[in-house]
Ligand binder design. Sequence first.
Ligand SMILES: Nc1ncnc2c1ncn2[C@@H]1O[C@H](COP(=O)(O)OP(=O)(O)OP(=O)(O)O)[C@@H](O)[C@H]1O
Ligand SMILES: [Mg+2]
Length: 374
Amino acid sequence: MTATGSTASERLLVVDDESAQMKALCHTLEQEGYQVSGYTSALQALEVVGRGERFDLLITDLMMPEMDGIALLKEVRARDDDLVGVVMTGHGSIGTAIDAMKAGALDYILKPFRLSTMLPVLDRALGVRRLRIENAELQRSVQRHAAELEVANKELEAFSYSVSHDLRAPLRAVTGFSQILLEDHAAELSEEARRHLDTVAGSAQRMEHLIADLLEFSRFSRQPLSKQPVSLSGLVEAVLAELRQAQPEREVQLKIGELPQCSADPSLLRQVYTNLLSNAFKFTGHSKPAQIEVGSRMEGNDLVCFVRDNGAGFDMKYAEKLFGVFQRMHRAEEFEGTGIGLSIVHRIVHRHGGRIWAEAESGKGAAFYFTLPK
Ligand SMILES: Nc1ncnc2c1ncn2[C@@H]1O[C@H](COP(=O)(O)OP(=O)(O)OP(=O)(O)O)[C@@H](O)[C@H]1O
Ligand SMILES: [Mg+2]
């Protein structure tokens, strides 16, 4: 925005200990359409401001007996920091005028004044004031929106939680009664009816899995973050031990590289590695030998962590989609799963202020990278 011309509503406070000069200036400015109050004493001016009278612009002489212009400007701005100040000075004391600008004055005008040079200075100062006020209002509105967004997010999370929760009860009835029909009334059902009922029971069970995963996603999204020093190597070892125990028959060649201390929420970070490593285990199911590498490196202020495997991989065309809820690249008959693991990882990494991405090639393996700010 550029400064517009003077408007009648703008209030100027003029302070100059030389009475004739002060009066002449007030008169000129009034003729220009400003509302002007003039004083020959800084203390008097302060008293008026102290009584709560508001001004937009202070025009003050620099050298005055009781209080100089710089001190006056500071005092006035301490009461109303939207107010802007312009100082008046003679040719001999431009140095002081510069000091005044360092102390918060926006500009200076040289005595004796020429209207044609003075008015643009005042106009500019008032323009700056308007910009400052608009800026502060904008900042308040951004903060307000952020707070509203936060509330909306919380509500959405609570909603998805309660919906998934409430969906479970009727679903259990579907599963339960299909089961009863299949077990206790099989003789009364035709072959075709039994097949249909099997499909109903199977679908209901699958939906139960989806809901359980959705609830888990919601739980990890809402759990408060508690950052502390974490030993990455200890954490990764623990997750690997768990995975090996769950599938003792799997033969996997592990390569563990640099895993330093970092700052993170330990239980959430553990979930990140559990999901990435269980994917690596799962998608190397058909690779002989299966190879998984875990490591990290520093890049600027970020610790870049990675989990790499030589498994099924995927087409990079869909790489961005993978981090969404229920997004899968492989058919359930080939590799089981519901597609929630990576969306939880994505959420946790983002909540730590990090980024996540993948590199892969169909049939050749995949690598997942995420950053943790140092
Ligand atoms: N290491 C990997 N190698 C190849 N594809 C992967 C790998 N990790 C993930 N993907 C692809 O990304 C999809 C989403 O992964 P995600 O972990 O979210 O789901 P999932 O493993 O299928 O199921 P869930 O984790 O919920 O049990 C996978 O279905 C798979 O297509
Ligand atoms: Mg997974």
